[in-house]
Design a protein around this ligand. Sequence first.
Ligand SMILES: Cc1cc2nc3c(=O)[nH]c(=O)nc-3n(C[C@H](O)[C@H](O)[C@H](O)COP(=O)(O)OP(=O)(O)OC[C@H]3O[C@@H](n4cnc5c(N)ncnc54)[C@H](O)[C@@H]3O)c2cc1C
Length: 304
Amino acid sequence: MSSPIWMITTSPAIGGALGLVEGDVEVTVLVVGDQATVDALTEAGVTALVHVPTSDTVPPEALAAQVGQLVAEASPSVVVAPARGPERALLAAAATALDAPVLPAVTSLRVDEYTVSLVRGLYGGLVAATETYSGPIAVLVDGGVAPAPTGTAVPVRQVAPSPAGLTIVSTSASQQASVDLGSATRVVAVGRGLKAREDVELIEKLAAAAGAQVGCSRPLAEGQDWFAKDQYVGISGQHIAPDLYLAIGISGQLQHMAGVRGATTIVAINADEKAPVFTECDYGLVGDLYDIVPALTAALTEVG
Ligand SMILES: Cc1cc2nc3c(=O)[nH]c(=O)nc-3n(C[C@H](O)[C@H](O)[C@H](O)COP(=O)(O)OP(=O)(O)OC[C@H]3O[C@@H](n4cnc5c(N)ncnc54)[C@H](O)[C@@H]3O)c2cc1C
């Protein structure tokens, strides 16, 4: 009998996703990727692996239709994928093939004989909804890191790829510097309160004085392009959990604050005392960032 859960991945980083599955239930992992990913997952404690290889010229997305076909043939109760890059397209293909709804932000999953119960975040994580489904579903989860090896290898079924006409013709690295906000203990983030691109320097100086990484709200990374896309925080950007999050000239809309629910202390600087961010922060400074930021930088530099 086929596993009731199929998990689609392009990388070994599925330890978190596996951890969300409650109880002793069979999980088949469908790897759409290279042999190294398969090797890293053979001792992941799952039931079986299915491997559809990619190559330097064949991206995972080119195999979406085949993924849909494989999942439909297995007809699992749930198909799971980490909410990142190519996996989103692959899960969409699997969901279409199963005629299943796609449910994002799932944080736990239980499969019984006739039903699937899950918990998922709604409204940017403000609400944890518990739901039960009786038909097939597709869910997006946090992939986490690679699982620790169990010491027992499972069988791997190799499937020859049959890609759609999609080819990688060239690749180039992003021109903008990337930051690792996920592991930062302090983040200084700025929003549309910043008036000009050259003023980014003000924020960078403050971040340097505070030993922090620089983040931003979405409009500054998408649209204005003052920051790299992996620097924006929020429901569709980075979800971070620093000790300190300093939100400067950020109004604090739900979609932004959803990305900092895990922060220990949130400090806000905003010119508008009615800005929503002040209902979400631990400390708030009402005032012009162009006055407050240089003063704060000077004070932090002085104390070293
Ligand atoms: C589906 C969807 C997903 C989204 N995902 C995200 C996401 O992941 N991340 C995200 O950030 N947004 C996201 N958004 C956009 C989000 O709704 C807000 O529009 C965005 O966060 C606003 O950015 P902001 O706070 O920088 O700008 P604004 O809302 O324009 O706020 C600017 C703030 O700066 C203050 N200000 C102005 N001048 C000064 C000054 N001199 N000194 C101090 N304060 C000043 C103002 O009082 C204001 O509060 C999403 C929206 C949608 C619809």
